[in-house]
Design a protein around this ligand. Structure first.
Ligand code: SF4
Ligand code: SF4
Length: 235
């Protein structure tokens, strides 16, 4: 499939959230406590993941703001490598990343009760932000602006927690899905799939109620904006 670099959809938050990256990933190397800003961000991401799937990735995430806003017209638009799309690789990488992260947190916790504790904890979070930033930029210029998003451990975590929310029926009222108003009217032109930043194929997978219920969908609305027949909505 030939992907198209159309303008992405930006809320005011997504437009500017990339500013958190230099503050946390680079500022935190010098003033470690800046890294602690990641704690409320991760909590918000988890709650949002439970209630709204990967909405964070499409509408809030600072890395998404960087990839969609700054790198989109500077990086290639190749298909994501098969390895990054492989579910076993993604899950294995998630487990590895979380183990490393937990180990670093545990080493900071050893300083609990001392003046050093917050600095060390902040440094762990900063480093934890610098690594995906660096790898994400390398992957963006090698393949596609959103290539990192296919393996991002925070994305995998949201998919997992969203699955729990779905099973328990917690997110029935809050989850908004891409929906086609009239599947008969769809011309199967594939435009919605060509513009999808996550290289999903919504036009092939609407359910009987016209909903695209993929946990991988980041609810970014790019397909909605680009259907030539105005058939799509997020609701
Ligand atoms: S862009 Fe619209 S008409 Fe084309 S395949 Fe997608 S939903 Fe159907
Ligand atoms: S299917 Fe639509 S809303 Fe979902 S990630 Fe792709 S473009 Fe965004």
């Amino acid at each position: 499939m030939k992907y198209k670099a159309v303008q992405r959809v930006f809320s005011p938050v997504k437009q500017w959230s990339w500013l958190f990256i230099p503050v946390i990933a680079f500022g935190g190397l010098f003033w470690h406590r800046l890294g602690l800003l990641l704690i409320p961000m991760m909590l918000a991401l988890l709650i949002m993941g439970l209630l709204k799937g990967k909405y964070w990735c499409g509408n809030v995430c600072p890395h998404a703001s960087l990839f969609d806003g700054i790198l989109l017209n500077r990086a290639p638009l190749k298909r994501f490598p098969a390895l990054l799309r492989n579910r076993f690789f993604r899950f294995g990488f998630f487990v590895f990343y979380m183990l490393m992260f937990s180990q670093r947190i545990a080493s900071a916790v050893e300083y609990w009760g001392t003046l050093d504790f917050l600095d060390r904890l902040g440094f762990v979070f900063s480093l934890n932000y610098l690594v995906p930033t660096t790898v994400g930029i390398v992957l963006a210029f090698s393949y596609n602006p959103r290539a990192w998003c296919t393996v991002c451990p925070m994305g995998v975590m949201q998919e997992l927690i969203y699955g729990v929310g779905r099973k328990l029926g917690i997110n029935k009222a809050t989850d908004r899905l891409v929906t086609i108003s009239d599947s008969e009217a769809c011309r199967h032109c594939g435009r919605c799939s060509q513009v999808c930043p996550m290289q999903l194929e919504p036009h092939k997978a609407f359910d009987s109620e016209g909903k695209y219920a993929s946990a991988a969908c980041i609810r970014c609305g790019v397909c909605v904006k680009n259907c030539p027949f105005d058939l799509l909505r997020v609701h």
